[in-house]
Ligand binder design. Structure first.
Ligand code: NAI
Ligand code: MG
Length: 499
């Protein structure tokens, strides 16, 4: 299927009208709840599929299957074989990538052009983790007090059964980001995709079975957060939860984890600062800062939503970003020329339009966007255009709270110490941006900004070899990079008496 040339696209074969089921212990099964839920295209409201609604009992079956595999046959599978499995899954993903991109475009509304452009990144991610499967090793350690008496080394061992709970804003990427490290380290996994966008994860499950993933190693249980998600987070036989989503749900997950003190990693949201100095290359910064917040319709955890602009260039720069936002094509994600798709759901639409009202009530001014789009076909979907608020004060809710829509709060500043203090005056710390030609300023901010990533003269760049994660209420644990694997591993110290 050549998606790029075949608009309007044929429905992917996966959307065959049959209800989608749960993947438990290597088999597709109905939910014990007997219930299904619908997943719809946020651009048109059209029904895409009904999906079995996993509940606590299904989660329990999936965890048991994952445990049996972990304690049994999976523990004997060699790292080399796990590597081959991940490479085979990467190849299968590569072969089916257009379909996967199309499923995500339909399920969460993302622009197909952008989703297709992620082929290298998504397939490459799986290959990166495949490589890591044969690169896990402990250390030999010289004893510091009694070197003649003892010799020590460490072993790195898979933590066990992993529960992965993922959001809807990048469904395929999020699934790969959990499955890759879990399989590479020799864990087994129960994945709960987001109720808004379960399709690409389920299709990935089919591919995993096709390439020979053994029973119980990868289980996929779609369902709602309050039921399936909560049951997974609280399950006494789950060793680790890897979560990506809102900080509010992250707090619930941490609370649910106390029963068995399972390991938790949380990749949460933010209110990331993006700082533009007057000496920056403004031609680069306008689209960079613009896409840093409008991209994926603002539904990005690290979106640079607090745009601090040096006062000398504030009016000019903010005006140009608004103009840039107006130039972006908003529409159905399936249209290859679309740059900004719909928001994912009615709930998200209400949240974002709610903040547009809050911003105006607080006294901020919209210089572009600001209202839901309802012209023609757009009325069927959840479309909000790129929006720029000016006259924003640091203590306004639109300057403090995650909106998760294409909404930018522009704030002027006068000097570097002041902007550092204001950029850091947030409970979050995920991303941050600095635009300047002055290398000293760039390094100073790279050091003083309290956030997991600092992007200099770019925004939102990602690579599977570079760690990603939060400070403060943006969560803890790192994804990508070598240390990502440590999140899925236990370290065992072995002592040998040599005296
Ligand atoms: P959410 O955090 O509630 O959902 C993410 C995942 O967690 C989904 O799979 C959901 O089913 C699951 N979940 C929900 N409640 C749960 C619970 N009690 N126990 C276990 N799992 C649970 O996010 P939601 O409701 O989709 O969006 C609300 C807001 O959260 C957004 O407007 C946005 O601000 C933020 N968000 C941030 C994301 C990020 O990447 N940082 C991703 C998605 C949402
Ligand atoms: Mg939710």
């Amino acid at each position: 299927m050549n998606v790029a040339q075949s608009f309007p696209y044929a429905k992917p074969a996966f959307l065959d009208g049959k209800p989608k089921r749960l993947l438990i212990d290597g088999k597709w099964v109905d939910s014990l709840s007997g219930k299904t839920f619908e997943t719809r295209d946020p651009a048109t409201g059209e029904l895409l599929a009904t999906v079995a609604e996993g509940n606590a009992a299904d989660i329990d079956l999936a965890v048991k299957a994952a445990r049996r595999a972990f304690d049994g046959p999976w523990s004997k599978v060699k790292p080399f074989e796990r590597q081959q499995m991940l490479l085979a899954l990467a190849d299968a993903l590569d072969r089916n990538f257009e379909e996967m991109a199309l499923l995500d475009a339909l399920d969460m509304g993302g622009p197909i052009s952008g989703l297709l452009g992620r082929r290298r990144r998504n397939v490459g991610m799986l290959r990166y983790y495949a490589g890591m499967a044969t690169n896990l090793h402990g250390e030999t350690i010289e004893n510091s007090m009694q070197p003649g008496e003892y010799f020590s080394y460490t072993l790195k061992e898979p933590i066990g059964v992993v529960g992965a709970i993922i959001p809807w804003n990048g469904p395929l990427t999020a699934a790969i980001w959990k499955i890759g490290p879990a399989i590479a380290t020799g864990c087994t996994i129960v994945l709960k995709p987001a109720e808004e966008s379960p399709l690409s994860a389920l299709r990935l499950g089919e591919l995993a079975l096709e390439v020979g993933f053994p029973e119980g190693v990868l289980n996929i249980v779609p369902g709602f957060g309050e039921t399936a998600g909560a049951a997974l987070a609280a399950h006494p036989d789950v060793d680790k939860i890897a979560f990506t989503g809102s900080h509010v749900t992250g707090q619930k997950i941490l609370q649910a984890s106390v029963g068995n003190l399972k390991r938790v990693s949380l990749e949460l949201g933010g209110k990331s600062p993006d700082i533009v100095f007057a000496d920056a290359d403004l031609d680069l910064a306008v689209p960079g800062a613009g896409m840093g917040v409008f991209g994926n319709t603002g539904q990005v955890c690290s979106a640079g939503t607090r745009l601090f602009v040096e006062r000398k260039v504030y009016d000019e720069f903010v005006g140009r970003v608004a103009e840039y936002g107006n130039s972006l094509r908003v529409g159905n994600g399936l249209d290859p020329t679309t740059q900004i798709g719909p928001l994912v759901s009615q709930q998200q639409l209400e949240r974002v339009t709610g903040y547009l009202k809050i911003g105006r009530d607080e006294g901020a001014r919209t210089i572009s966007g600001g209202e839901r789009l309802t012209k023609g076909d757009l009325a069927k979907g959840y479309f909000v255009p790129p929006t720029v608020f000016t006259d924003v004060k640091d203590d306004m809710r639109i300057a403090k709270e995650e909106i998760f829509g294409p909404v930018l709060s522009a704030i002027p500043f006068d000097d570097i110490d002041e902007v550092t203090r204001r950029a850091n005056a947030t409970s979050f710390g995920l991303g941050s941006g600095v635009w300047t030609r002055d290398v000293s300023k760039a390094h100073r901010l790279a050091k003083t900004i309290r956030a997991g990533s600092v992007w200099v003269n770019c925004y939102g760049a990602m690579d599977v070899a570079v760690p990603f994660g939060g400070y403060k209420m943006s969560g803890f644990g790192r994804e990508s990079g070598i240390q990502h694997l440590d999140e899925y591993l236990n370290v065992k110290s072995v002592w040998i008496r040599t005296a």
